[in-house]
Design a binder for this molecule. Structure first.
Ligand code: G6P
Length: 628
């Protein structure tokens, strides 16, 4: 989704801004732009639709000077991906420029009013209203007092500028991560947040702003996370934060735990491939320090509820979007099996507008990689509003969902840059497995049963390493089928969410139509799709429904459909029936989704590469969807 960077300090802003935008590319975007205030006191904007390389080429032809500036990557919501619609947007008589993430719901009436006052809009975006609205309040003050007394304004801590911004913000309905520079005040920039994240990086004699911490890695490890309704007033040497209701507030400077290696490709051709291969370590990191052999259970530092309180929970509601929703489905099987707790899984986008009857002993879990997904956040807020205890399973530290939930579990999987989620999914599944163990041990699981689960979990990084060894075979299979237009992914029980996730991965990055189904359900419709050009990927490791899935496989073979089997042993019926076999190590049933999803990620990856798709930045998708 859209990205913001900003710089103020002694250096050329454009260098940092462009580099910062590259670090934000992973969020997904379709146009980009920069603004600086030049040493001659002009606001100069460069924008380009399409990839950042176009903006970079434009900047090589016409460089931007200035040591204060803003940059933006836009993901189109209102108005097509054109140069004009790209940010930054200039307000009023070129008095200021803004970059904005989020959506302004009431932009139309505001736009009509501003147009009637003579403000000329140059884009079809909702964001441009913010530029003109702030400008209108600022210019109104100038009209009252045309002789601008700079010294007085600086002396007042930029009070008139702050007044113009806060007045404008009070008129907006929607969400914003927002940064503003004023042409006549090149020594200060402003950043405001409501529902769309913004961080300020504190350097030596310089400050940075960004929509997440990744552009700051290598420049500073001192970070201030802005909260909703906060406005930061940032100069090279100072940072003040004003809250809408509380006035000036102290800001916590936190230490960022990210290394440059975390945000570059580390020798892999794509972030996605790097992240697939990182999974043995990321799973280890998610489990680190959380499995207690003494108590045969899992421990989490951040749940913030006592065992007594959690003992009284009699139902769980898991809410999420996209891949995280698939992890929630895995969680449903896990929690039912280990904790015997009824679990409901609901999309964030549905839950936020549903009015389900939920009793007092229900615990709500939001599951999210980014912690910023608008629908999941809104569902969480609605559940909080109704008074339910809420917890989050989240990867991004300090994200909105992490902050707003009552507590939770961080994944510690490191930054996930590839738009298609891989390592976050497996870490979510393992976090849910540990959670199921924890709830199980609060209830009826014996010490011996708990120990058995722990032993299996401890094997997991190694099992995933073995699953990754199938890479060469998966690549061969990808080369055989990459031109097909349709795929089916079929699995039962624990492997059903994996089938959904396998199909989603393929859709997301290769643009091939794929459907995931419970294998037996296939005969109620999808079987009509089967022909010799439609491969069916069967997830059939081992376990209680193995023979049932074999029957489904026979049904596909009888209709001439090619079958790719993901299974544990060669020489078995599954391997014999299949046209192609991907072998994965044998794992306990509850860990199969984590092991079997590895070749699904690799298959999607290799097919996408063979089709010439932009794996890390698939069309139309965003890493973090911060709009409804
Ligand atoms: C977007 C991403 C998906 C992701 C989903 C939920 O659609 O492209 O990969 O699964 O958002 O994101 P979250 O950060 O909440 O897990």
């Amino acid at each position: 989704m859209c990205g913001i960077v900003g710089y103020i300090g002694p250096q050329e802003a454009a260098d940092f801004l462009l580099r910062g935008l590259r670090r934000l590319e992973y969020r997904g975007y379709d146009s980009s732009g920069l603004v600086t205030i030049t040493p001659h006191g002009r606001l100069v904007v460069r924008k380009a639709a399409g990839r950042l390389d176009r903006l970079s080429a434009r900047l090589s032809d016409e460089p931007l000077a200035g040591s204060i500036g803003l940059g933006h990557t836009r993901w189109a919501t209102h108005g097509a991906a054109t140069d004009d619609n790209a940010h930054p947007h200039v307000g009023g008589n070129d008095v200021l420029a803004i970059v904005h993430n989020g959506v302004i719901e009431n932009y139309l009436p505001l736009k009509e009013r501003l147009e009637s006052q003579g403000y000329r809009f140059r884009s079809a975006t909702d964001s441009e209203v913010i530029a003109h609205l702030v400008a209108s309040y600022w210019e109104r003050q100038l009209e009252k007092k045309p002789a601008l007394d700079r010294a007085e304004i600086v002396q007042s801590g930029y009070a008139p500028l702050i007044a113009a911004i806060t007045k404008a913000l009070s008129k907006l309905r929607g969400t914003y991560g927002l940064a503003i520079v004023f042409r006549d005040f090149p020594e200060v920039l402003f950043a405001a947040r409501l529902g769309s994240p913004l961080v300020v990086g504190v350097g030596a004699g310089e400050h940075f702003i960004a929509s997440d911490a990744s552009p700051l890695v290598g420049r500073t490890d001192k970070i201030v996370y802005l909260a909703d309704h906060e406005l930061a007033i940032v100069t090279a040497n100072s940072l003040r934060v004003i809250h809408r209701d509380q006035g000036e507030v102290q800001h916590d400077v936190q230490v960022l735990d990210m290394m440059p290696g975390d945000v570059d490709r580390g020798g892999y051709e794509h972030f996605m491939l790097k992240e697939i291969f990182e999974q043995p370590e990321t799973l280890q990191n998610t489990m680190r320090g959380r499995l207690s052999v003494d108590d045969a259970t899992a421990h989490f530092g951040g749940l913030n509820f006592s065992p007594q309180q959690l003992r009284s929970v009699n139902r769980l509601l898991l809410t999420a979007c996209g891949t995280s929703w698939h992890a929630a489905l895995v969680g449903e099987y896990l929690l039912e099996q280990f904790a015997r707790l009824p679990v409901e899984v609901e999309y964030g986008s549905e839950l936020r507008y549903r009015n389900p009857p939920i009793d007092n002993h229900t615990l709500v879990f939001a599951i999210t990689q980014s912690g910023e997904t608008a629908d999941t956040l809104a569902a969480l807020r609605e559940m909080k509003r109704q008074g339910h205890p809420t917890l989050a399973i989240c990867n991004v530290v300090g994200s909105s969902i992490a902050k707003e939930s009552d507590g939770g579990i961080y994944l510690h999987a490191g930054p996930e840059i590839g738009v298609a989620s891989t390592k976050a999914f497996t870490s979510q599944c393992v976090a849910l497995a540990m959670l199921a163990l924890y709830f199980g041990r609060l209830r009826h699981l014996s010490h011996a049963q708990g120990m058995h689960i722990i032993e299996q979990l401890q094997r997991l990084p190694d099992l995933v390493r073995q699953a990754l060894a199938a890479d060469a075979e998966v690549r061969r299979i990808a080369a055989k089928y990459y031109q097909c237009d349709n795929f089916l992914y079929l699995g039962r029980q624990f492997n059903f969410p994996t089938a959904l996730e396998g199909a989603l991965k393929l859709k997301e990055i290769s643009y091939i139509h794929a459907e995931g189904y419970p294998a037996a359900e296939m005969k109620h419709g999808p079987i009509a799709l089967v022909d010799e050009h439609t491969p069916s990927v069967f997830l059939i490791p081992q376990g209680p429904v193995y023979d049932k899935v074999i029957s489904n496989m026979e049904e596909i073979k009888a209709r001439g459909g090619p079958v790719i089997a993901v299974t544990c042993q060669s020489g078995t019926r599954a391997a014999e029936l299949a046209d192609d076999v991907i072998l994965v190590p044998t794992a306990e049933e509850f860990l199969q989704p984590i092991v079997s999803v590895i070749p699904m990620q690799l298959l999607a990856y290799h097919i996408a590469v063979l089709r010439g798709c932009d794996v890390d930045k698939p069309r139309n998708l965003a890493k973090s969807v911060t709009v409804e």
